[in-house]
Design a protein around this ligand. Structure first.
Ligand SMILES: [Zn+2]
Length: 486
């Protein structure tokens, strides 16, 4: 945006907790069941049905808040948020309003700040504060234009959510995207959310306003609803910021409202004027007692917290010697990180394991939510790398061996023996192969001797080709240097 304006962005994230059952009843939360099969009197809001709070949802919500540095309130309360919507059969949503179970906290995230100036500049780490995290139940789903009409699926009604409300600390669309990615990673590594934006289990609304750069007052904010992919976050925010700037620069006034993002036109459109808290007529939920979270309960949960992806990355760099980039790649998914750690522990050479997983294994890994399917086991990877470090097979053969081991439980060492793989480390055989390559490429040899040392790689490549990748690369290097008189 132009230098004279500054954007102020705060994000509200709704994350579905990975409990087996809903927040106030025993209905299953699994995705993709036939419509209206996971429902009961409680989540349908039938008269006389009473809500019972799901303990597992509470534990997951508290672990989420602790991971994000929030303080946990000893006493909190559920409230009814009243509004009419076809996918909300009770006519109200049970949420937390003036007494949420947690407050404060922060999200640490990375953002590229080079602005295209210095491509290799490392990302900058930033921190944005959280206002609060509270628990609430999800609504159902309206499906429009099916068979000429609209229908409602209430399977999702009553699914447990945490709403993570951020302070307006973000200043650019890139910061918002970085914040969202970091937050998603924390939840997925904790195992409380599957991070799936497309299926709606991790949803983001953004509050955006702009103000003259340097000003400390806030402009009128617009709420952007349901941005359902990381790709759209930056685009939707940039589009809305540009729209507000145009409105203000042409002498207009930004109206407080809720807007949606239209991918086709790359612009935002008005949905409705913004509701205020009064519109919802909140009042304490009479069917649920206040929620008590005592210190001992919270301490027990604190002890179960997993390492956050950020701490894991730092440890991969400081303890295992990985580059920041490799640490980043290997912590994209909790199962990938666990796979790497298991292999690194078995092999004691974290860097070699990291390189091999990045170059070979990752492209064959399929992830779905918090689950992942691997083509090989960490033990198989370690066994392949052991054959390399013992000089029994070459790096190229390691790749071939991996391809053969994929999808099997075979021992790579046994496979290598079956395939007759062995690295040629016999000096005489290597000398013969190198001598032939030098003789066959007299012109290049002459160039090398005349000082064009860049052709050396060509000779190495030819020898490796002639030996089908089985020659010991170190011996090839030494022998070629000697033969070429370099
Ligand atoms: Zn139910």
């Amino acid at each position: 945006m132009s230098g004279s304006w500054e954007a102020v962005i705060g994000l509200e994230v709704h994350a579905q907790l990975l409990t087996r059952t809903k927040l106030f009843c025993g209905c299953a939360t699994s995705f993709g069941a036939p419509p209206n099969t996971h429902v009961c009197p409680t989540c349908l809001g039938l008269p006389g049905a009473l809500p019972v709070l799901n303990g597992e949802a509470v534990r997951m919500a508290v672990r989420t808040a602790l991971s994000l540095g929030c303080s946990i309130k000893e006493s909190s309360r559920f409230a009814r948020k009243n509004y009419f919507y076809p996918d909300l059969p009770k006519g109200y949503q049970i949420s937390q309003y003036d007494e949420p179970f947690s407050e404060g906290g922060f999200v640490e995230f990375e953002v590229e700040e080079s602005g295209g100036q210095a491509k290799d500049a490392p990302p900058v780490t930033k921190r944005a504060r959280l206002t609060r995290i509270h628990m609430e139940e999800d609504a159902g789903k309206n499906l429009h234009d099916l068979g000429g009409g609209s229908v409602v699926d209430l399977n999702r009604a009553g699914t447990p959510l945490v709403e993570i409300v951020g302070e307006p600390d973000l200043r650019t669309p890139a910061e918002a995207a970085g914040y969202l990615r970091a937050l998603r990673d924390v939840l997925v590594f904790l195992g409380v959310n599957d991070g799936n934006l497309e299926e709606g289990s991790f949803r983001c609304d953004a509050n955006v306003s702009i103000r003259p750069a340097g000003s400390s007052t806030l402009g009128t904010r617009v709420e952007l609803k349901n941005i359902n992919s990381f790709r759209f976050v930056e685009k939707a925010l940039a589009g809305e910021i540009a729209r507000q700037r145009d409105v203000l620069e042409s002498g207009g006034r930004v109206v407080q409202e809720t807007r949606g993002w239209d991918e086709k036109t790359s612009s935002t459109f008005s949905l409705r004027s913004k509701e205020t808290a009064q519109d919802y007529r909140y009042f304490p939920e009479p069917d649920l007692p206040p929620l008590r979270l005592d210190e001992a309960f919270v301490a027990t949960l604190r002890a179960t917290l997993a390492e956050t992806p950020r701490v894991k990355r730092e440890r991969f760099v400081s303890e295992l010697g990985l580059s920041p980039y490799a640490a980043q790649v290997l912590t994209q998914h909790p199962r990938v990180a666990a796979f790497f750690e298991e292999a690194a522990t078995l092999s004691l050479d974290g860097v070699a394991v990291a390189n091999f997983i990045q170059s070979e294994v990752l492209r064959d890994v399929t992830t779905r939510g918090v689950e992942a399917i691997f083509p090989v086991t960490p033990g198989q990877v370690v066994e392949i790398l052991k054959l390399v470090s013992q000089g029994k097979i070459s790096g190229k053969q390691a790749k071939e061996l991996y391809a053969k081991a994929k999808g099997t439980t075979a021992s790579p060492a046994a496979l290598a023996a079956d395939l007759g793989m062995s690295q040629v480390s016999d000096p005489a055989a290597i000398e013969a192969a190198c001598a032939k390559v030098v003789a066959d490429n007299a012109k290049q040899a002459e160039q090398y001797r005349a000082g064009k040392t860049g052709v050396f790689g060509f000779f190495v490549g030819q020898v490796m080709k002639a030996t089908k990748g089985s020659a010991n690369p170190q011996l090839v290097n030494e022998t070629l240097k000697r033969l070429l008189g370099g």
